[in-house]
Design a binder for this molecule. Structure first.
Ligand SMILES: *Cc1c(COP(=O)(O)O)cnc(C)c1O
Length: 406
């Protein structure tokens, strides 16, 4: 039997095969990667972990999204050489800003990391003395005004770096709350419908009082236009998740907006130590992966993808509706996770299975399927599936419902 070393030697000794595969360009560790790929290990299986069809959506607990091949290639490419981390972030930041037609950008550790370093940048500006003090904000403006309806757990990203939250309801309240300690106005796009003050009016207040505005758009692509919309509208900073709709690395994100705030935010990030953001490291592989994921996302045929999602959702809906007593509703959330989505409900007297039992059966069957929902309904999206999996999901839901039908 040919051992690995021999195989490797053989490959590099053959110039034709070597160049055909581009092997001469790879270093030793990459070459062995190439070889080891030929004996693929099934890591999840080795660990006793079940994989599943993701019929739920972009949930961190379910490891977010899957990266396209080209993103994985960029990550692998990044492993082969050393570069200066700041230089890489500078250049990629410029490139992303050009692509998204905004002043500046940087790759962050998720949208949460973008919020923390963006906030930290606003608190400290370019003052390195202040930078080393966070989360102690003594002597700094540290109040962040936000609408009550925009307060979800993620505002912890702001308080983690020392900001103090001030809750308001109306535009009048915002004006009343503004004082000499106001550092920023905060907006959560996903909860737009839960607040009185909408985007333009919110930005106008920031401009009127010369206070920076920051919007959390973590889960707000699609539509692709959102990557441009809020910086153009005048928000000073905008945060997106890298590993949701954009399908970049799960732990990456984007901070877009005004150069002066993003440069200030960068002061908190590695390679600089003694900062609050030292633990929010983004490695070069993720920086490259994020850039390539964004390029791919921008160049995608979004209409085609939307039609695919609609047809997948319809397929699952029709299949469920074939069981008497079942009702479905196809809807698109207006903000965040803005994709064709399905709710399935049924008359429990006609179909004797609870939503929880059905979801458990989906999870425990083969293959395992993850969904969302509550006591009343089963929730499905198809955008995180591999095309074709919708048929498996449709069939399994039908089978379980049918088995419960009286
Ligand atoms: C997912 C999400 C975040 C966190 O994003 P990460 O990229 O996981 O850090 C923040 N805010 C909202 C509204 C989100 O949906």
């Amino acid at each position: 039997m040919i051992n690995r070393r021999k195989l490797l030697k053989g490959l590099t000794a053959l110039p034709f095969i070597g160049s055909a595969f581009g092997i001469e360009k790879l270093n030793a560790s990459n070459r062995s990667l190439l070889i080891s790929n030929q004996v693929q290990r099934d890591f999840f299986k080795e660990l006793g972990i079940r994989t599943f069809i993701n019929a739920a959506g972009t949930y961190t607990s379910m490891t977010g999204s899957l990266m396209p091949e080209q993103v994985i290639d960029a990550i692998r490419y990044g492993t082969s050489e050393y570069v200066n981390l700041d230089e890489l972030q500078d250049k990629v930041g410029e490139r992303i800003a050009e692509l998204l037609e905004c002043e500046y950008a940087t790759v962050t550790s998720g949208a949460f990391g973008a919020m923390s370093i963006g906030m930290a940048g606003i608190l400290c500006g370019m003052d390195t003395e202040k930078v080393s003090k966070l989360p102690n904000t003594q002597g700094m403006k540290n109040e962040v005004i936000l609408q009550e309806g925009h307060n979800i757990g993620y505002s912890q990203a702001l308080t983690n770096v020392g900001a103090k939250l001030v809750f308001v309801k109306t535009a009048k309240d915002i004006e009343k709350a503004i004082n000499k300690n106001t550092a920023m106005l905060w907006y959560l796009n996903a909860n737009t419908e839960n607040g009185n003050v909408k985007w333009e009016a919110f930005v106008a207040l920031g401009k009127k009082y010369n206070i920076p505005t920051f919007i959390d758009c973590a889960a707000d692509v699609p539509p692709v236009e959102n990557l441009f919309r809020f910086t153009k509208m005048g928000f000073d900073l905008v945060a997106f998740s890298g590993g949701k709709g954009i399908r970049g690395p799960q732990s990456a994100g984007l901070l877009l907006g005004k150069r002066k705030y993003i440069e200030a935010a960068r002061l908190h990030t590695p390679p600089r130590g003694t900062t609050i953001g030292r633990g929010m490291k983004v490695n070069k592989e993720e920086v490259l992966g994020m850039l390539v994921a964004l390029e791919l996302y921008l160049n995608k045929d979004h209409n085609h993808e939307w039609k695919l999602w609609e047809s997948q959702i319809k397929w699952i809906s029709d299949s469920a509706l074939a069981v008497t007593g079942v009702e479905t509703e196809i809807h698109v959330p207006p903000h965040a996770n803005h994709v064709p989505s399905l709710r399935v409900r049924w008359d429990q007297k006609k179909v004797k299975v609870t939503v929880e039992e059905l979801r458990k059966q989906l999870r425990e069957g083969h293959p395992s399927i993850e969904t969302v929902g509550d006591k009343e309904h089963l929730g499905i999206t198809t955008w995180m599936m591999t095309p074709g999996q919708e048929r498996i999901v449709a069939k399994r839901i039908y089978q379980i419902l049918k088995a419960g039908a009286v």
